[in-house]
Design a protein around this ligand. Structure first.
Ligand SMILES: O=C(O)[C@H](O)[C@@H](O)[C@H](O)[C@H](O)COP(=O)(O)O
Length: 252
């Protein structure tokens, strides 16, 4: 089940996303004492954090934050997804309400080694003590590239067929920087909830293609958790070419 929510402005998109994340994190923490979330880079951290960073109802201490993908650069490098999330969400949060854990890559490692090490971090959180085939995130927050990529899963790339490893490295990313790690489709498709977040009229062609033309089998279209929900949070600019019948009224 895919729900597409469109909002007149990015401010209203961010507020709706704040309410959605608050609901899912509260349910997860009530159910199993923690909230596990994977965050993408690009424009997502800013759209995610605009209202979330001021939400005093959220128990960030119970959060485990991972990255859906990350560039293999130092954590203080301008291309680092961690740095962007730090700027947009972590730094504005008071010391006593910081997330319980923010799982960053080890940038000094090669992309291959960084992927292996990130797998160890995922195993420690999701498979402590018992064997699991894939981690089950409470929420994975994804962006949509102009070519239909998501995380660092790009159209036509061999990584799209990875169905065993939880984390993969890529050294020929069409979107710079070229060296990255990324969660793989099996992990994305085991999540309880996935939310795509994208805005701007530059995205309207691809949004229309992804939502209305499944035959393309673009990376964004290959995210469909068997036991999970998929939601799109977009602004009216990005929804500009969508048939309005595809839109769902947001009420949470
Ligand atoms: O590390 C990355 O580059 C992102 O995770 C990437 O997958 C991003 O989400 C899309 O490229 C959309 O980026 P924009 O929202 O900035 O267009």
């Amino acid at each position: 089940m895919t729900s597409v929510y469109a909002f007149p402005s990015t401010d209203q998109l961010s507020e709706a996303l704040n309410q959605y994340v608050e609901k899912i994190s509260a349910e997860a923490i009530k159910k199993h004492g923690r909230f596990t979330v994977a965050v993408s880079g690009g424009s997502l951290p800013k759209l995610l954090s605009a209202n979330l960073k001021q939400n005093s109802r959220i128990d960030f201490n119970s959060w485990h934050i991972f990255f859906a993908d990350e560039r293999c650069v130092p954590l203080d490098h301008e291309d680092s997804n961690y740095l962007e999330l730090k700027k947009q969400l972590l730094d504005p949060l008071a010391e006593q309400i910081q997330p319980g854990a923010v799982h960053t890559i080890k940038p000094e490692l090669s992309p291959e080694e960084a992927a292996e090490e990130y797998m160890d971090q995922l195993m420690a959180v999701f498979a402590a003590g018992d064997a699991v085939k894939f981690p089950v995130f409470d929420l994975i927050l994804l962006g949509m590239g102009p070519d239909g990529h998501t995380a660092s899963l790009f159209p036509g790339h061999e990584l799209l067929s990875e169905n065993i490893e939880w984390v993969a490295s890529i050294s020929d990313s069409p979107k710079p920087p070229k060296d990255r790690i990324t969660l793989t489709f099996p992990v994305l498709n085991h999540a309880h909830n996935v939310a795509f977040v994208t805005a701007g009229d530059g995205k309207q062609d691809m949004v229309q293609k992804i939502i209305e033309e499944p035959e393309h089998e673009l990376p964004c279209q290959r995210v469909h958790p068997a036991n999970g929900t998929v939601s799109w949070f977009i602004d009216n600019a990005a929804a500009g070419k969508l048939n309005p019948v595809r839109l769902t009224e947001f009420n949470i």
